[in-house]
Design a protein around this ligand. Structure first.
Ligand SMILES: [Zn+2]
Length: 277
């Protein structure tokens, strides 16, 4: 019998901020366009899976950004994710809920948190995730225990630290790496003007953090997916080994198409699939 190359079709989604319905609607539309269902969906943090007000109270965010969002209906199985969704934590998450399982867990059907540092084999694709954002002040500190919730700032739970990074480095290699904030050095000087021309854009060479970059250089994944800035960008990093990493930075689902990307894995090769609307 002839053997055909394995084909895996998946989507990547930027910051969701509780807008799960909008995410699912947009992805459903994409499956209509592609005439194919996703094998899985990867999400880069700021997912905001709040079950209730108590979860919401454990998120670090100013009052105007505190909304319960859509997740409660998914958690109570009134709605469902049509494809398995795998997400990491960003800097706006109910860490009082997520940190009950720092190693990751299934929150509800088809909804899986990768943990502070996680690795999954998805259809032969090795997906590694690092939750949280970088802070110089917090990098060498231990995260507070869950029991400290309420007596320390919620923000103290939103950072990755040295231990997380070491744990991620020990994973040695990845096909896809999920990060919330961008790795440093992704934007080329040629793209600087276009990038900085976007609304509320930081200086192009101040974007991202060096520890995320260190992880990219060590794991040399085919693809890095990140969010956080609500800006989209596609870049390539070339490693001394000759390997290349595609870096896809996604905006937030409220901004529409620029929060989504689509990929097909055929054999060893990963292809980016375009969509026009
Ligand atoms: Zn965000």
């Amino acid at each position: 019998m002839p053997t055909s190359a394995t084909q895996v079709f998946f989507a990547a989604v930027g910051d969701v901020h509780g807008h799960m319905n909008r995410m699912v609607n947009h992805l459903r539309h994409a499956t209509d366009v592609f005439h194919q269902q996703f094998d899985f969906v990867l999400q880069v943090g700021d997912f905001e899976p709040h079950r209730d007000e108590a979860d919401l109270a454990t998120m670090a965010a100013p009052a105007k950004y505190r909304h319960l969002g859509d997740f409660d209906a998914y958690h109570r199985l009134r709605r469902g994710f049509p494809w398995p969704v795998y997400f990491i934590g960003g800097n706006h998450e109910p860490y009082g809920y997520l940190d009950t399982h720092p190693e990751g867990f299934e929150l509800t059907r088809h909804c899986h948190y990768l943990g502070r540092v996680g690795v999954m084999d998805l259809h032969g694709l090795r997906v590694v995730g690092l939750s949280g954002v970088y802070s110089e002040e917090h990098f060498t500190k231990q995260r507070p225990p869950l029991s400290a919730l309420g007596s320390v700032s919620n923000k103290d739970f939103t950072y990755f630290n040295e231990r997380d990074l070491e744990q991620a480095l020990e994973l040695k290699h990845a096909d896809v790496l999920l990060l919330h904030d961008w790795p440093s050095g992704v934007i080329t000087p040629e793209d600087a003007a276009r990038f900085e021309g976007q609304r509320r854009s930081p200086s192009y060479d101040a974007v991202g953090n060096d520890y995320a970059r260190l992880l990219v250089d060590a794991l040399q994944p085919k693809l890095v997916l990140c969010g956080h800035l609500h800006q989209h960008y596609a870049g390539t990093l070339q490693h001394p080994s000759g390997k290349k990493t595609e870096v896809r930075c996604l905006s937030s689902v409220e901004e529409g198409w620029s929060a989504f990307a689509y990929y097909e894995l055929a054999g060893e090769s990963l292809y980016t699939l375009g969509i026009t609307d």
